[in-house]
Design a binder for this molecule. Structure first.
Ligand code: ZN
Length: 315
């Protein structure tokens, strides 16, 4: 191993230690495939891993990985023998699961037990890169490689550093108190006062006023509002109508009013005609009678005159 790469590994491990609390001896969960690859590349894991980590290590294997190696057959028997020498890490699986699933479950989303993972499974490693603070190891050709820190863990570190700079709990309250005493923080108190004043202005005693006013005022207000709304609608109608529409409406009005009046007048004329006819008829009857009477009178007069004439002649 080159000294430069070793220095780089030391730096990354130091950042893991500072940022995520990884400590010596480093706990390394070893995969079955990693053991197999180490055997094929003739890498003695117990020596090489502490050399790369530059610190004492605790190599661990889950029950599920051992079970998987057993199930894979003769090719993996040597790997199983190597793995069995490592410390057994108990898992919650009564029926054994795939070693990758078991390891990812132990790591979880936070890696609260500060494990490193040595695995040849690419999927598992890509998944564990999303979890911040998990150092990953794998064998490439005849070398054990410590992966550089993933972007997720870098971002988590940045967030953590920012959080560190912010005042926490007692510090924050103390700072606020100092700020108020010095007169730097003034915004909070006047705002509260303003809000109180605004509330006072709005309603002096809403509980006592509400019920009475609602019953009395609501119908009046409702009528007023109705009137207002009607007026507004009329206004809107007049305003909204174009000149042509206005003309049409005027024409309609002019025609409609005479129609109504003409119908009334027609009825009146009919009635008058009827009465006139009746009167005429009556008058006609009267005239006839009068004429008859006149005729009679004239006859009588003539007769009387003739009588007078006759008497005068006789005399
Ligand atoms: Zn398990």
């Amino acid at each position: 191993m080159r000294p430069k790469t070793l220095q780089a590994y030391k730096r990354t491990l130091h950042t893991y230690h500072v940022g995520f609390g990884l400590r010596e001896p480093y706990q390394i969960l070893v995969d079955g495939d990693f053991c197999k690859e180490a055997l094929t590349q003739k890498i003695y894991i117990k020596d090489s891993l502490p050399e790369i980590m530059q610190a004492p290590t605790k190599l661990m294997v889950t029950e599920c990985t051992i079970h998987e190696l057993q199930s894979k057959g003769r090719e993996f028997t040597n790997a199983m023998i190597v793995a069995k020498r490592f410390e057994h890490r108990r898992c919650a699986h009564k029926t054994p699961v795939k070693s990758a699933a078991c390891i990812s479950e132990i790591i979880g989303s936070t890696n609260q037990y500060h494990y490193c993972v040595a695995s040849q499974d690419k999927k598992l490693r890509s998944h564990l890169r999303s979890v911040p603070g998990v150092p990953l190891l794998h064998i490439k050709k005849n070398l054990v490689i410590l992966e550089p820190m993933s972007n997720e863990s870098k971002e988590a570190l940045k967030r953590h550093e920012i959080e560190k700079t912010l005042p926490m709990g007692k510090e924050a309250s103390l700072l606020k108190g100092i700020g108020r005493a010095a007169g730097i923080i003034k915004d909070e108190e006047p705002k509260e006062k303003k809000t109180k004043k605004a509330l006072k202005k709005k309603g002096p005693n809403p509980l006592s006023v509400k019920k009475k006013k609602k019953q009395q005022t609501t119908p009046k207000e409702a009528t007023n509002e109705k009137k207002k709304s009607e007026e507004a609608q009329n206004k809107n109608d007049t305003t909204e109508l174009s000149q042509g529409q206005k003309r049409k409406r005027d024409e309609e009005k002019s025609t409609s009013v005479p129609e109504a009046t003409s119908s009334a007048t027609a009825e009146a004329t009919v009635a008058t005609e009827v009465t006139e006819k009746a009167e005429n008829a009556e008058n006609a009857g009267g005239d006839k009678k009068r004429r008859r009477r006149k005729k009679k009178k004239t006859g009588q007069e003539e007769a009387s005159e003739t009588n007078v004439e006759t008497t005068a002649e006789k005399a």
